[in-house]
Design a protein around this ligand. Structure first.
Ligand SMILES: Cc1cc2nc3c(=O)[nH]c(=O)nc-3n(C[C@H](O)[C@H](O)[C@H](O)COP(=O)(O)OP(=O)(O)OC[C@H]3O[C@@H](n4cnc5c(N)ncnc54)[C@H](O)[C@@H]3O)c2cc1C
Length: 378
């Protein structure tokens, strides 16, 4: 079917999800076109925290994209009452700079044989007899047998094409980068008490901090200026440091098909981001990797291969996120109780380290956590 078309797969968006899909498909010998709206090397609002365990999905070394290796994670309630989790030496947490990670993945894809085009904004995706036609802003038209929708949280294609939830749910974020001398370069911090229905983070990176505020329940953005006015001085920074960037992050909100005939959604476009801690890089890399393998089999004529992609993302990620969503709903409604009964337990630091390193899913801890929150509140 459609073997005469110029590309096997067109990928819309060169973030981590699209870059991972492009690399794996090109490595499998497929003719890949990776389309990215923005110029190369653009910075994105993102904390950049990522489990080192993602390395297992790639045959090349990811460390050129790593800015900082994190050995411990500190949680606080209103900047006090700290809990510190030591991350095991063999599974640290990495801080990546997004402009570097995204460009690095796209370069690896190109080296594996993918064609990439920056400044190429896709305006429409339409089904054709033999595959799909993509119309670029500016009028150019391209054809491919299959498409990967990897256009991120603001995806204009996923819902209309029936991929992921029809009405996506969003977390509100404010983020900033601050140049400064970093006091504890191997410690990532999460603060829960200052933000209504969410948390703020400060991640060290080379030459400064990546800082942000996320709100996970309701559509309302946290009073981020008041939060930052407390958080930044606690880090030894001026309260007005850094340029504020506001964003809407599409978060996981139920199990949905992530495929249709000859098309899949990956990463934020597929609403995979963790609704409790906003972890979106790992599921982006995982879904890009899984989608590539499924598309490769589909292109060889395996009709159910894309349905297997949806099913696999459910077992490998969605089932854990279903618990993450329930934990978020309970925790962010009664965060003080959640902090005392969840984070401050003697076993919590180890569990948290296992979640962040990707060794454990939310399902492993959720039932116990929810029972504790519901029945020991008073
Ligand atoms: C403030 C903030 C902090 C975060 N911190 C973390 C963190 O610490 N750790 C973590 O794991 N996750 C974090 N996340 C989530 C993480 O950034 C996302 O989950 C991740 O970027 C998703 O990758 P993606 O490839 O799906 O989408 P994106 O990285 O958004 O890439 C999509 C790409 O598609 C391009 N595009 C869009 N439309 C078109 C079009 N029409 N044509 C062509 N190209 C198009 C865009 O320019 C973009 O480059 C954070 C998110 C935010 C907002």
């Amino acid at each position: 079917m459609g073997a005469s078309l110029p590309y096997d797969v067109a990928i819309v968006g060169a973030g981590p999800a699209g870059g991972a899909a492009a690399f794996h498909l090109a490595r499998l010998g497929r003719r890949v076109l990776l389309l990215e709206r923005e110029p190369a090397g653009r910075s994105k609002p993102c904390g950049g925290g990522m489990a080192a365990s993602v390395q297992r999905w790639f045959p090349f070394d990811l460390t050129p994209a790593v800015d900082q290796v994190i050995r411990q994670v500190r949680f606080t309630w209103c900047l006090e009452d700290p809990v510190t989790a030591e991350l095991p030496g063999d599974s640290p947490f990495w801080i990546v700079r997004r402009s570097v990670l995204d460009a690095f993945l796209a370069q690896q894809a190109e080296a594996a044989g993918a064609e990439r085009r920056f400044g190429a904004s896709v305006g429409a995706i339409e089904r054709r007899d033999q595959g799909w036609q993509l119309a670029l802003e500016g009028g150019e038209r391209l054809e491919a047998r299959a498409v990967v929708v990897a256009d991120g949280s603001g995806s204009r294609f996923a819902a209309p094409l029936g991929l992921g939830p029809a009405r996506p749910r969003f977390a509100a974020t404010v983020s900033l980068e601050v140049e400064a001398a970093v006091a504890e370069p191997d410690t990532a911090r999460f603060e829960f008490g200052l933000v209504h229905h969410g948390f703020c983070w400060s991640f060290p990176r080379r030459g400064g901090y990546s800082i942000g505020v996320g709100t996970f329940i309701g559509r309302q953005e946290a009073d981020s200026e008041a939060v930052l006015a407390s958080l930044l001085p606690a880090l030894g920074l001026p309260a007005d440091a850094g340029e504020r960037r506001h964003g809407a992050l599409r978060v996981w909100d139920g199990h949905h098909p992530l495929h249709a005939e000859g098309i899949v959604a990956v990463g934020d476009a597929a609403s995979l981001c963790d609704p409790f801690l906003a972890e979106g890089l790992r599921p982006s890399l995982l879904s890009g990797t899984e989608a590539a393998s499924a598309l490769d089999r589909w292109l060889d004529g395996e009709r159910d291969a894309l349905a297997h992609y949806t099913a696999r993302m459910r077992t490998e990620w969605g089932d854990s996120m279903a618990w993450g969503k329930r934990i978020a709903q309970v925790f962010y409604r009664v965060p003080r109780v959640g902090y005392q009964l969840g984070v401050k337990r003697p076993t919590a630091p180890q569990r948290i380290a296992q979640i962040l390193s990707g060794e454990m899913g939310y399902g492993d801890i959720a039932q116990r956590v929810i029972k504790r929150l519901l029945f020991q509140r008073g």
